[in-house]
Design a protein around this ligand. Sequence first.
Ligand SMILES: [Ca+2]
Ligand SMILES: [Ca+2]
Ligand SMILES: [Ca+2]
Length: 148
Amino acid sequence: MKKLPLFLLALALPAATLTPVAGAAAQDRAGRAFSRADLNGDGVIDPNEVTQLRAKMFDRLDKNGDGVVTQEEIESAKRGFRARLTGSSKTSFERADANGDGKVTREEFLNAPRPIFERADTNHDGKLTPQEFESFAEQVREQARQRR
Ligand SMILES: [Ca+2]
Ligand SMILES: [Ca+2]
Ligand SMILES: [Ca+2]
């Protein structure tokens, strides 16, 4: 399986799944992740772009292409991605699965809450600037360090 880009997972999964990396390497990676997510290249990430990224991610996770991502498909994606999920973390798939039947449709997933986006958008203008993105990534790394 092709490795999922870190940023796609970072948007969809809890912050805990971001692998902590120190210093310049981390900044560099955040910068590249940012430009990959800025699909129209206007220098900010907007919710529309998040939705498009989710759509791409959904298609990758939906291995059998039936338009529904099951718990099983999520588990296999998690195994393919080396990030560890802590016991209490829920993926946004699990959050999106409102009726708890272990399946998430494309529509549910695209319309699921965007807690990471909203936390990172510190001035709440609905757009993520590279500065907001980087300072959020820094917070996440800091939290990851403190958990050890
Ligand atoms: Ca943009
Ligand atoms: Ca499926
Ligand atoms: Ca903002």
